[in-house]
Ligand binder design. Structure first.
Ligand code: AMP
Length: 316
């Protein structure tokens, strides 16, 4: 087992519209955002599929970030193409089209050299394919799962099967409530933990993220940014930064105590939130292509400042 990160998900071309502007054919996809963020901290191996229309410059960009793209298959046909529009608050969005192209026949093949990767991020794809990935990897130290409402609606049973085989689930508020409806998020998270997960991290867009585990709960804010240009990929960038940090920090190895792993996850959530705060400041991956540890440190520092205070003293 090594300390590399395996990421399996979509590699896409996106058309994005906001109340102010519109851009087409941008580099996107859950695996792309996740890989670029994770590559800040660890070696990254990506698995996905592209069509013959996928610009070579995008592959070069991934390579320059240090991402190993041997597992990106090229097929005759069109690359997965997604179109979304953000509303005035930049949190709500409408999907205008999802053209699967070569993604429709995607069958993840994990190259032999990736199978010893210690950290696995199953980004949002069909849960049947996520199971196929888990069948091909050896014995990762940590597996993280992401999903979306579509799979909860049409493949709930298979998704639950995947959940039972991973360590942690990344999910947004609406999806958690769709899986286990409850007026209490803690209740939905508790039911997810009962399926055998070590932890559930609920992503809340511009309100940050909250982790639930048997060790307790922890919340990280999202930095209040003045200029949000394109929130696409914020969740995947958060998770990429998080798993990259976990792989690189050396606290999740063999024999790590639950308290050690929990502390590493808390730190990783700050790192993920710092990475996500950059991605939304420009379209596509433009802002995270030039990320550095100094920039990440600066925002982690701002996040600390936002959540720290002196101990509360009560009179009795
Ligand atoms: P997020 O903003 O975190 O939801 O992720 C946005 C990215 O997910 C975009 O770059 C899209 O290309 C990609 N995406 C959108 N719909 C799907 C889907 N059904 N399956 C996989 N990836 C998708």
């Amino acid at each position: 087992m090594n300390d590399r990160v395996l990421i399996v998900g979509s590699v896409a071309l996106d058309d994005i519209k906001t109340p102010w502007t519109e851009e087409k054919n941008l580099l996107g996809g859950s695996a792309v955002y996740g890989s670029i963020a994770a590559s800040q901290f660890a070696g990254v191996d990506i698995v996905g599929v592209i069509g013959d229309d996928f610009p070579a410059e995008h592959l070069d960009l991934l390579k320059r970030s240090g991402v190993n793209i041997d597992g990106v298959e090229s097929q005759a046909g069109k690359t997965f193409h997604w179109g979304g529009e953000y509303h005035q608050n930049m949190n709500d969005r409408t999907t205008h089209f999802t053209e699967l192209g070569v993604f429709a026949e995607f069958m993840p093949k994990i190259p032999a050299s990736y199978r010893e990767d210690g950290f696995v991020f199953l980004a949002n794809i069909d849960p049947d394919l996520q199971l196929k990935v888990l069948d091909q990897v050896k014995k990762p130290r940590l597996t993280l799962l992401d999903t979306m409402n579509l799979w909860i609606n049409i493949k709930r049973e298979t998704l639950v099967e995947v959940i039972k085989r991973v360590d942690a689930l990344m999910i947004n508020e609406e999806e958690a409530n769709l899986l286990f409806p409850s007026p209490s998020q803690a209740d939905s998270a508790g039911k997810l933990l009962d399926l055998g997960l070590g932890r559930v991290i609920i992503k809340k867009g511009s309100n940050g993220a909250q982790m639930f585990s048997r060790e307790g709960t922890f919340a990280v804010p999202a930095l209040p940014l003045k200029d949000v240009k394109d929130p696409t990929g914020a969740g995947d960038t958060f998770t990429g930064g998080l798993i990259g940090y976990l792989a690189g920090c050396g606290r999740c190895g063999e024999g790590a105590s639950p308290a050690d792993v929990d502390m590493a996850f808390r730190q990783a959530m700050l790192v993920g939130s710092a990475c996500a705060s950059y991605v939304v400041e420009d379209f596509s991956t433009r802002r995270i292509n030039t990320l550095t540890h100094d920039k990440i440190k600066e925002r982690v520092g701002q996040l600390y400042a936002a959540i720290q205070c002196e101990p509360v003293k009560l009179k009795k």
